[in-house]
Design a protein around this ligand. Structure first.
Ligand code: NDP
Length: 495
C-alpha cells in the first residue's frame, strides 16, 4: 500500500463479504478476487469470488423470505428504504471516498452525483410505492368489474455495472424491494465496495434476513449462475450490449422477465443557431464527465457547417485545460479510468482512429500521473478527433472513455440521418434556439432520451432506457414498479 494515503480513503486491506440470508459470509469456494484502486494500480481490497453455490444459498434465502416480505404493508417497506437512505446520508463521507477510490472518479463527482443520487433513489421509490395504483375497468352497464392486481414477482436478480456503482445499484434494488420482491444483487466485481457497505446496513434499515442479498464475483460465474437460476423470475441488468445479448439468449427458453439497459453511442447535434457558450460548456461535460464513462455521454458531436470551426476551436480550447488529477483531491475534475484493461481498450480505439486517418485535435494518449501516489494509475487525456466518416469504428462502436469524434452536417435532414446512423439509440442532445426545430429533430431521432439545450437533467418519474441495441424496457418511476410486478387481470360480476 502506498504510504501517502488520502485521509478518507480506506487505509487497511479490506475483505468484503457476501450478504446471504442476513449473514455476512465468505465465498463457499474459498476463492477471492483482488480489487484494484484505478488511480494507483494498487490492490486495496479483496472480494469474494462467489460461485453457483453462493448464488444458490442467496436464492434459497430470498425464497424463504419472500412470503412475509411480499405481505408486508407497503408503508413498512417504504420506511425501510427511507431508513436505508438516511444511513447513506449519515455515512456519506465514507461512501464518497470509497466510490472514488474504487472507481477512480473524482471525490467531487462522487459527492455531487453518485452518493446523493443513491440516497435519492431509495427515497424516491419509497414514495413511488406509496403512490403506485392499479387500474379498474368497468364496462357500460357495470355488470362486471375488471381490475388489475399487480403482484410482486418473487426472487429477482439485479446486475449492475462499474461506472456509477452505488447510483445504478440502488436504481434497481429500490423499486424491486419497494414492490415486495426479494433481491439477489450482483454488483460489478470491478467496483464492489459501496454495495458491500450498503449491504452491511440492510438489517439496521429494517430489511428482514433474506429479503436483500448480495453475491460478489465475476459476471461469467456468479452473474451467469444468477441469470440461469430457475427460481430467479426476473433480471434487471445494466451493462454492455454484448453481455445484455448473452443474457437475453440465456434466458430465452426459460421465459424470464428482462430489463436490459445497455450501451450507447450518443449524438450531440449542434445547430448554428444554438447558444454557443452553453453548448460548448455542456458538451465538454457531456463528453468527459466521469472520464466519459457514462452510458449517456455524448461521443459523436455533429456540428452544422457554418458553426463548425468556431465550435470545434472553443471545444478543443476547453478540453486542453482539463488535466486528469488524483481523484482524492477535491479540486480534481477528471480522474482515472476504471481499470488497466479498460484504459488499454480506450487507447486502442485512439490508435485505430489514427490509423483510419483521424486528426487528433487534443489528447490522444495516456495522461501523465498527477503525483507520486498515482504513478501507476490509469489516466487518459481528454481526446477530440475529427476527419472520420460515420461508418468508421470510432463513430460506430462504444468506446466508453474520454474520446469524442466531430462530424459536420449541412442540413437538418443530414443531421438526423447522421444521428440515426448507429446500432445504438440511448440518448441524443440537440442544440438550437429554434423551438420548432428542436421538437422536430427530437421526434425523429431514434433514442430513448432526447435532451434539448441541456444534458443529464433527470426527473426520476420519467421513463429511462434505450431503443435498438441500447436495450429493452424502461426504468424509472412507475415503469420500474411495473417491471417488478406481475399484472393479473381479475374479473368479477357485480351481481
Ligand atoms: P458489463 O456488461 O461487462 O457488466 C455489467 C454487469 O454484468 C457486471 O456486474 C458484470 O460482472 C455482469 N456480467 C458480465 N457477464 C455476465 C454474465 N454472463 N451473466 C450475468 N452477469 C454478467 O458492463 P460494464 O460493467 O463494463 O459496464 C459498462 C457498460 O454498461 C457500458 O457498455 C455502458 O454503456 C453500459 N451502461 C448502460 C447504462 C444504461 O442505463 N443504458 C448505464 C451505465 C452503463 P463483471 O463486472 O464481473 O464482469
Amino acid at each position: 500500500m502506498p504510504q501517502s494515503y488520502p485521509v478518507n480513503y480506506l487505509r487497511h486491506m479490506m475483505e468484503l463479504q457476501n450478504l446471504i440470508g442476513g449473514e455476512m459470509t465468505n465465498p463457499k469456494g474459498g476463492a477471492w478476487l483482488d480489487n484494484i484502486e484505478p488511480a494507483t494500480g494498487h490492490v486495496f481490497s479483496r472480494i469474494p469470488r462467489s460461485n453457483a453455490a453462493d448464488v444458490e444459498a442467496a436464492v434459497q434465502a430470498a425464497r424463504t423470505a419472500f412470503p412475509a416480505w411480499s405481505a408486508t404493508p407497503f408503508e413498512e417497506r417504504a420506511a425501510s428504504l427511507r431508513r436505508w437512505g438516511a444511513l447513506i446520508a449519515e455515512h456519506s463521507e465514507a461512501l464518497i471516498a470509497a466510490e472514488s477510490q474504487d472507481n477512480g472518479k473524482p471525490v467531487s463527482l462522487a459527492g455531487a452525483v453518485d452518493i446523493p443520487r443513491a440516497q435519492k433513489n431509495l427515497e424516491f421509490f419509497a414514495g413511488a410505492i406509496e403512490h403506485f395504483a392499479s387500474e379498474a375497468h368497468i364496462p357500460g352497464g357495470a355488470e362486471f368489474i375488471h381490475y388489475t392486481h399487480r403482484k410482486p414477482i418473487g426472487v429477482v436478480g439485479c446486475i449492475s455495472p462499474w461506472n456509477l456503482p452505488l447510483y445504478l445499484f440502488t436504481w434497481k434494488i429500490a423499486p424491486a424491494l419497494a414492490a415486495g420482491n426479494c433481491v439477489v444483487a450482483k454488483p460489478s466485481e470491478v467496483t464492489p465496495v459501496t454495495a458491500w457497505m450498503l449491504s452491511k446496513w440492510a438489517a439496521e434499515a429494517g430489511f428482514p434476513a433474506g429479503v436483500f442479498n448480495v453475491v460478489h464475483g465475476l459476471g461469467h460465474e456468479a452473474g451467469q449462475a444468477l441469470v440461469e437460476h430457475p427460481h430467479v423470475k426476473a433480471i434487471s441488468f445494466t451493462g454492455g450490449t454484448q453481455t445484455g445479448a448473452h443474457i437475453a439468449r440465456t434466458t430465452a427458453g426459460i421465459f424470464k422477465k428482462l430489463s436490459l439497459e445497455l450501451g450507447g453511442k450518443n449524438p450531440a447535434i449542434v445547430f448554428a443557431d444554438c447558444d454557443v457558450d452553453k453548448a460548448v460548456s455542456t458538451t465538454i461535460r457531456s463528453s468527459f464527465a466521469n472520464q466519459g464513462q457514462i452510458c449517456l455521454c455524448s461521443s459523436r458531436i455533429l456540428i452544422e457547417d457554418s458553426l463548425y470551426d468556431t465550435f470545434r476551436d472553443a471545444l478543443v480550447a476547453k478540453a486542453k485545460r482539463i488535466a486528469p488529477g488524483d481523484p482524492s483531491d477535491p479540486n480534481t475534475k477528471m480522474g482515472a479510468l476504471v481499470s488497466a484493461p479498460h484504459r488499454d481498450k480506450v487507447l486502442a480505439y485512439i490508435e485505430s482512429a489514427k490509423v483510419q486517418g483521424a486528426s487528433v485535435l487534443c489528447g490522444g494518449d495516456v495522461a501523465s500521473a498527477p503525483n507520486d501516489r498515482c504513478e501507476a494509475g490509469y489516466f487518459v487525456q481528454p481526446t477530440i478527433l475529427e476527419g472520420l466518416g460515420p461508418a468508421c469504428s470510432i463513430n460506430q462502436e462504444e468506446i466508453f472513455g474520454p474520446v469524442i469524434s466531430l462530424q459536420r452536417f449541412s442540413t437538418e435532414a443530414e443531421a438526423i440521418k447522421l444521428a440515426n446512423d448507429s446500432d445504438y439509440g440511448l440518448a441524443a442532445t440537440i442544440w438550437t434556439q429554434d423551438a420548432a426545430k428542436a421538437h422536430r429533430v427530437a421526434t425523429q431521432v431514434e433514442s430513448g432520451i432526447a435532451w434539448i439545450n441541456c444534458w443529464l437533467v433527470r426527473d426520476l418519474r420519467t421513463p429511462f432506457g434505450g431503443v435498438k441495441s441500447s436495450g429493452i424496457g424502461r426504468e424509472g418511476g412507475f415503469e420500474a414498479l411495473r417491471f417488478f410486478t406481475e399484472p393479473q387481470s381479475v374479473c368479477i360480476p357485480t351481481h
